[in-house]
Write a protein that binds this ligand. Sequence first.
Ligand code: AMP
Length: 191
Amino acid sequence: MLNIVLFGPPGAGKGTQSEKLIEKYNLTHISTGDLFRKHLSEGTELGKKAQKFMDDGFLVPDEIVIGMVDEKIKSDEDSKGFIFDGFPRTVNQAEALDSLLATKNTPILGMVALEVPFEELKKRLLERGKISGRTDDQSVEKIDNRIQVYLDETLPVSDFYRKQSKYNSIDGVGSIDEIFSKICTTIDTFN
Ligand code: AMP
């Protein structure tokens, strides 16, 4: 199975690139942010638990996220591979993901990390907030908080994969197609 972690700060383009990658490689997209937004819109218990953290730009507690991903992986027995987008966001989540996948005898083959300067990220997120209506993209304080949370809690996840020789960095500035082509070149070396 082609299991990939698509990594990067908020606004790096993970969602956009995931859409293209799932189509090209026929993969299952697991975006924890999208899954939480779905729970929120459906008013589920899980959505209610996640809402406060999401509104303020903090991470939802690991046990909630990991349980949700576990369920999603198990619900797709015939998948050709998973693209994890916005997950894992803590080292604890990365360890849990390795354990979940070990039960299926199928590891993460590689991480693709999109690198984008912070000023560019802020610009992109504010633009996205105007179009998508996402409240966590509409205030500079919330955006700054999410970038700080990324630096403090999520960036160490890249070292986790570096130690496993699975880390690949891609310049995330440029046209969508240019970046997509660089990502594909990297993914085609995974095995
Ligand atoms: P995203 O759409 O990936 O930017 O996620 C939106 C929000 O959902 C984040 O700011 C977090 O509050 C929450 N979230 C998404 N994925 C995770 C995760 N893997 N761990 C903890 N919280 C998450």
